[in-house]
Design a protein around this ligand. Structure first.
Ligand code: PAF
Length: 298
């Protein structure tokens, strides 16, 4: 595994990779969710490129940029064991040199849900991912379902700007009690950690109602709210029932696939989770069809 820190070194190492390249972009603090993306990239490509960069422009002024977990030696050891071929670890000064002034705004799908609560977040994400897509020259880029809106924003950006790569979405990897893997889970105290699976329980409850025939979006949302209300440590930021492709809120009973999603604070830690309905869509193929996308025709 080769580790590069500069753009000329990345370009040289990328040029030396042969065949199809899979890209996994990360902010480090790697967990089993990231490693599942690396495994998928390895399986479906000839070489795997991973980026580790805690992107300052996607953090709001009161968010956790300074305390975001960083452990590069541990991350590199995990990536080596996972079989990554090339790892790019730029600094903020390299990605945003003096005079940097370009931003990528994906206007509509960035609004609402996470975008509604984290102003500027998706502009930061779209800009850094556009830069990483340009630098990586990958054939496929792999993202996790947990950040469902993020991947829909990136898919839209990739299509609108004609990036010739497929955006692949892999299912959320969960702890044994259902908590979605996240680098931020390490902020939770033991008591908060015990409370945190309530997000998944709320999604499962709505999913079961849907499977039993419930199609009313308000009823599905109330059901999630009721489960969350049963956990005193959970402070709900939003709970949403949206169209799975457009992410627009659904108000009437609809037959089209749904994205249930939520952001909930447990203590000061903000957790997010989501599920597609019907439940069969929560597979690599279903998620990629709804939230990801194939490259534009040549
Ligand atoms: O999901 C993440 O880790 C980040 O938002 C990403 C896609 C690496 C962009 O900084």
């Amino acid at each position: 595994m080769q580790v590069v820190e500069t753009i000329p070194a990345l370009r040289a190492a990328r040029a030396a990779l042969s065949g199809q390249v899979g890209l996994v972009t990360t902010m480090g603090a790697l967990h089993a969710g990231h490693l599942a993306l690396v495994a998928a990239a390895r399986e479906e490509n000839d070489a795997t490129l991973v980026t580790i960069f805690v992107n300052p422009t996607q953090f709001g002024p009161n968010e956790d940029l300074s305390k975001y977990p960083r452990d590069l030696p541990r991350d590199l050891a995990l990536l080596e064991a996972a079989g990554a071929d090339l790892v790019f670890t730029p600094t903020p000064a390299l990605m945003y040199p003096p005079g940097f002034q370009t931003a990528v705004a994906v206007e509509v799908i960035s609004q609402g849900l996470e975008g509604g609560h984290r102003p500027g977040h998706f502009q930061g994400v779209a800009t850094v991912v556009a830069k990483l897509f340009n630098l990586a020259g990958a054939d496929r880029a792999y993202f996790g379902q947990k950040d469902a809106q993020q991947v829909a924003v990136i898919r839209t950006m990739a299509q609108d700007l004609n990036f010739p790569l497929a955006v692949i979405v892999c299912p959320t990897v969960r702890e044994s009690d259902g908590l979605a893997m996240s680098s931020r889970n390490m902020y939770l105290s033991p008591e908060q950690r015990r409370a945190a699976p309530v997000l998944y329980r709320a999604l499962l409850a709505a999913g079961e109602s849907y499977a039993a025939g419930e199609r009313n979006p308000e009823a599905l949302e109330s059901q999630m709210q009721a489960v969350l209300a049963g956990e005193p440590l959970a402070q709900v930021e939003y709970v949403s029932v949206a169209d799975a492709r457009t992410l627009q809120p659904v108000t009437d009973e609809a037959d089209s696939p749904l994205l249930l999603s939520m952001a909930v604070k447990v203590g000061v830690t903000r957790l997010i989770d989501n599920m597609l309905l019907p439940g069969e869509l929560n597979t690599r193929a279903g998620l990629t069809q709804m939230l990801g996308g194939e490259p534009p025709a040549p």
